[in-house]
Design a binder for this molecule. Structure first.
Ligand code: SAM
Length: 264
């Protein structure tokens, strides 16, 4: 699979790095809290699936130390190069189509990845297969259908426009095969896959500077597609970007559902 026929948001566009920085600001604290609760520490072997940028991988590397291992995979590793030194190994890998890059992992994690993978079932099976008995799986995925609005408080034309453009973005994602209510399915999927001690929770910011950065980078990245599909005009997009730049729009993200469990 290439970026062109699968993942909508190409890592090689300049906005991709800004989006990964925003994900790190918004979601790393939640992700790291889960890792800490698992007891992650020196010597752990981890597989970071669809790693995107370096923030999670570098944090894991610091925790597992020289006796551990962090295998960071993505279909596009262009923004991972800076982290590619021991204990981190970077590999180009399609989680929905290839065998896992190793086995016996203590931790396998994928954040905001599975929703984009056409063969999500296979990807999940592969991640579980790669765990050691007792190993931990943490899957974090958005559920945009649970909270579809950029501006949950739609009090003026600026917020209405923001919500209309978000609807267009969701349409583009759905046309590419993204499952926009995937997040809520995770606990059941993990349980049915035989994992034990399955739990899940949701998190989303309602107003934060990182949401402004994420919205700006995302809309810039997809503007041509929105316009070509007739979902927005260039004027709509310019107006929205100017509204967002004021920093006073109170922009939210979709809820991110974190679900975790242990292999028997
Ligand atoms: C929304 S980004 C999330 C990046 C990172 N996990 C984070 O939370 O910041 C999705 C990432 O998944 C990668 N991806 C998409 N489809 C994939 C696949 N089939 N196999 C592996 N990675 C994939 C993309 O290249 C991109 O880096």
């Amino acid at each position: 699979m290439t970026q062109a026929d699968g993942y909508l948001l190409d890592n090689q566009q300049s906005e991709a790095g800004q989006r990964f920085d925003a994900f790190a600001n918004l979601f790393d604290p939640t992700t790291f809290r889960h890792f800490e609760a698992f007891g992650l520490g020196a010597g752990w072997r981890c597989w970071e699936v669809g790693a995107g940028g370096t923030s999670v991988v570098s944090w894991l590397a610091g925790k597992v130390g020289p006796t551990g291992q962090v295998v960071a995979t993505d279909i596009d590793t262009s923004l991972l190069a800076a982290a590619a030194h021991a204990p981190v190994e970077v590999r180009t890998h399609d989680v929905g189509a290839e065998e896992p890059p190793g086995e016996g992992f203590d931790l396998v994690h994928a954040r905001l990845v599975l929703v984009h993978v056409p063969d999500r079932e296979r990807a999940l099976r592969s991640m579980i297969k790669a765990l050691r008995p007792g190993g931990r799986l943490l899957i974090e995925d958005a559920d945009p259908a649970l909270q579809p609005l950029t501006c949950p408080y739609e009090y003026g034309p600026e917020q209405q426009l923001a919500n209309r453009l978000r609807q267009g973005f969701r349409k583009l994602l759905a046309e590419r095969g993204a499952d926009l209510s995937y997040g809520r399915r995770l606990p059941r999927l993990l349980r049915e896959a035989g994992l034990h001690q399955v739990e899940a929770e949701a998190y989303f910011p309602v107003a934060s500077p990182a949401c402004t950065a994420l919205e700006t980078a995302t809309v810039r990245q997809i503007r041509d597609r929105l316009v070509t599909a007739g979902l927005a005009t260039d004027e709509d997009i310019d107006r929205h970007l100017a509204n967002v730049a004021t920093g006073s729009m109170d922009l939210a993200t979709a809820p991110m559902i974190s679900a975790w469990g242990r292999k028997a």
